[in-house]
Design a protein around this ligand. Structure first.
Ligand SMILES: C[S@@+](CC[C@H](N)C(=O)[O-])C[C@H]1O[C@@H](n2cnc3c(N)ncnc32)[C@H](O)[C@@H]1O
Length: 188
């Protein structure tokens, strides 16, 4: 194991809330540690599209610098309420019960964490202007793929191909576990 097994207290709290809500769709700990590490390099405002029960938000929060803020939007009102509970006394985190597009006009962001299934269009074209120059986009929930162009479910994965080859970004596919990959793209 390359990292301590304990998770930060705020993440532990988010797990408790998820458990009580019977919700189990959240980023892996390996991804969470990457999010925390990247968050620690950021200033300004970070955003998350699709809060779930706040586990990813909590990982971001665990790395955040003083003065940096996190905005996270969750469409499901019950999940948003559960996640809001975690950060109720935290001036650096705001969870909105809203469609992700509510955050469109609150950027540009220094880091944007999204599950590609959340916006209807998670392409570079749709997302690029939401991040500031030098800002990072972290796309969760890919499966490792060692060929080019990348193939998912027997088809060319044009979303992944786009993020890894667009000239507006410098991007890398990070294999966080043997069965899980995250894309990290930094806006030039
Ligand atoms: C995979 S979960 C997110 C997990 C979270 N990012 C984490 O790592 O803990 C995806 C979430 O996106 C939410 N969602 C789906 N469509 C959405 C939309 N249009 N706007 C905001 N949230 C949305 C779903 O309700 C679900 O809770």
């Amino acid at each position: 194991m390359s990292a301590p097994p304990e998770v930060p207290a705020i993440v532990s709290r988010a797990f408790d809330v998820s458990l009580r809500a019977g919700y189990a769709s959240f980023c892996r700990n390996e991804t969470g540690r990457l999010l925390a590490t990247l968050a620690a390099t950021r200033g300004g405002t970070m955003a998350e599209f699709g809060t779930g029960c706040g586990v990813g938000t909590a990982w971001l929060r665990s790395g955040v610098r003083p003065g940096t803020t996190i905005l996270s939007a969750e469409l499901d009102a019950d999940l948003a309420t559960a996640a809001q509970e975690i950060f109720v006394d935290d001036p650096q985190v705001e969870v909105l019960a809203a469609d992700w597009s509510t955050l469109r006009n609150k950027g540009p962001y220094s880091l944007l964490f999204l599950d590609p299934s959340v916006p209807q269009d998670a392409s570079v074209e749709a997302v690029a202007d939401l991040v500031e120059p030098g800002g990072m986009v972290v796309l969760d929930d890919f499966a490792p793929c060692e060929i080019w162009p990348p193939i998912t479910n027997g088809r060319v994965d044009t979303l992944r191909e786009g993020w890894l080859s667009d000239e507006r970004f410098t991007a890398v596919e990070v294999m966080v576990a043997s069965d899980a990959t995250v894309l990290v793209a930094t806006r030039r």
